[in-house]
Design a protein around this ligand. Structure first.
Ligand code: NAP
Length: 289
C-alpha cells in the first residue's frame, strides 16, 4: 500500500520503519526535516517537505505528533494532510489527544469521504522499537477492518473499542491506571534505598509476586540509577492527564489519585524534567532538600 507517516518522534520513527519493513511504500514528513532525511537513509522510503505533499496519493495516512493543536496543524492546517488526501483513503491518528479533537477531525474527514480512526498507542519507546504496541481504536468497523492488517507491522494488540473518540477515552483509562502505579513503584524504590536494601534484589523477588507490573519490570532500573533521559516525556504525560482530568470533570468520574500524581509531575517539571521519562517521579522523592 501507499502509506504516509507524519511525525518521526520517539514513537513515530520506529513505527514508520516497521511499515516500510513490512513492504509498503512509505512517505514520511517530519517538522524537523533532518530527522526525515535520517529516516530515509535508514529505511528505503521518501520524505516530503509538508504534510500535504507527503499525503498525496496515500491509501492510509498515519499521524503521531504531540497534542491536539499539533494534530490540527498537520491535518486541517494550511499544509495539512486533509488538503490532499483522496476520497476513500483513511486517516489513522496515533497521537494521544482529546476525544473532542478526534470527533472534530472525523467530521472533516466525513465531509471528504475519508475514513478516520483515533488510534492512540501504549507500550512506550520499547514497544514502538520492538513493534509490540497496544492500540486502542475508535471509529467505524469497516474503516477499522481496512487498517487492522497494516497495524500488525508494529502492534501486538490492536482492538476497536467503539465509535470515534472511544480510542482516546480508552487511552485515558490506560493513563489513569499507570499514574498511580508509577508513583507506587517510585515510593517502593525510594523506601528500599532509604532502608539500605539491595533494591535490584528486592525488585527481582517482588516482581514475581502480586506487586508485578510493566512499570516495575521496565522502570525500576531507571529509578535505581536516577537516569531519566529517555522514554515517555513528562510533558506528554501531563498533557495526557490534563485531557483526562478535563474529561472527568465532564463525566463526573472521581480521580483523586490521578489529580495528585499530576501535581507531582508538575513538581518534576519545575526540577527541569520536562523531557524526562515518567519514572522520574522517583527523582522528586530523592531530591536533596
Ligand atoms: P516526540 O518524540 O516529542 O515526537 C513528537 C513528534 O511530533 C515529532 O516528530 C515532532 O516533530 C512532531 N510535532 C510536534 N508538534 C508538531 C507540529 N505542530 N507540527 C508538526 N510536527 C509536530 O513524541 P513521542 O514520544 O513520539 O510521542 C508522540 C505521541 O505519542 C504523543 O501524543 C505522546 O503522548 C504519544 N505517546 C508517546 C509514548 C512514549 O513512550 N513516548 C507512548 C505512548 C504514546 P519535531 O521532530 O520537529 O519536533
Amino acid at each position: 500500500m501507499k502509506l504516509t507517516f507524519i511525525g518521526l518522534g520517539v514513537m513515530g520513527y520506529p513505527m514508520a520503519g516497521f511499515l516500510q519493513k513490512a513492504g509498503h511504500e512509505v512517505t514520511v514528513y517530519n517538522r524537523t526535516t533532518s530527522k526525515a532525511q535520517q529516516w530515509c537513509s535508514e529505511y528505503d522510503g521518501a520524505y516530503a517537505l509538508t504534510p500535504a505533499l507527503a499525503a498525496e496519493n496515500a491509501d492510509i495516512v498515519f499521524c503521531c505528533v504531540g497534542n491536539d493543536d499539533d494534530l490540527r496543524q498537520v491535518t486541517i492546517g494550511e499544509d495539512g494532510v486533509l488538503q490532499t488526501m483522496k476520497a476513500n483513503s483513511i486517516l489513522c491518528d496515533h497521537t494521544t489527544a482529546s476525544a473532542d479533537v478526534a470527533r472534530e477531525l472525523a467530521a472533516v474527514c466525513q465531509s471528504k469521504a475519508i475514513g478516520f480512526l483515533d488510534a492512540p498507542v501504549s507500550g512506550g519507546q520499547a514497544g514502538a522499537e520492538n513493534g509490540v504496541l497496544t492500540i486502542m481504536i475508535g471509529g467505524e468497523q469497516e474503516t477499522f477492518d481496512n487498517v487492522r492488517p497494516v497495524l500488525d507491522a508494529y502492534a501486538r494488540c490492536a482492538e476497536r473499542i467503539g465509535d470515534v473518540g472511544a480510542g482516546q477515552l480508552a487511552k485515558m483509562v490506560n493513563q489513569i491506571c499507570i499514574a498511580g502505579v508509577v508513583q507506587g513503584l517510585a515510593e517502593g524504590v525510594h523506601f528500599a534505598k532509604q532502608a539500605d536494601l539491595d533494591v535490584a534484589k528486592v525488585i527481582e523477588v517482588i516482581s514475581k509476586g502480586a506487586a508485578q507490573s510493566w512499570q516495575m519490570e521496565n522502570r525500576y532500573q531507571a529509578m535505581i540509577d536516577n537516569e531519566y533521559d529517555f522514554g515517555f516525556a513528562i510533558d506528554w504525560m501531563r498533557k495526557d492527564l490534563g485531557i483526562t482530568l478535563d474529561e472527568a470533570r465532564r463525566n463526573n468520574a472521581k480521580l483523586p489519585l490521578t489529580a495528585l500524581v499530576d501535581q507531582f509531575y508538575g513538581d518534576v517539571q519545575e526540577m527541569g524534567g520536562n523531557r524526562w521519562d515518567t519514572s522520574s517521579l522517583h527523582a522528586r522523592l530523592s531530591k536533596k532538600k
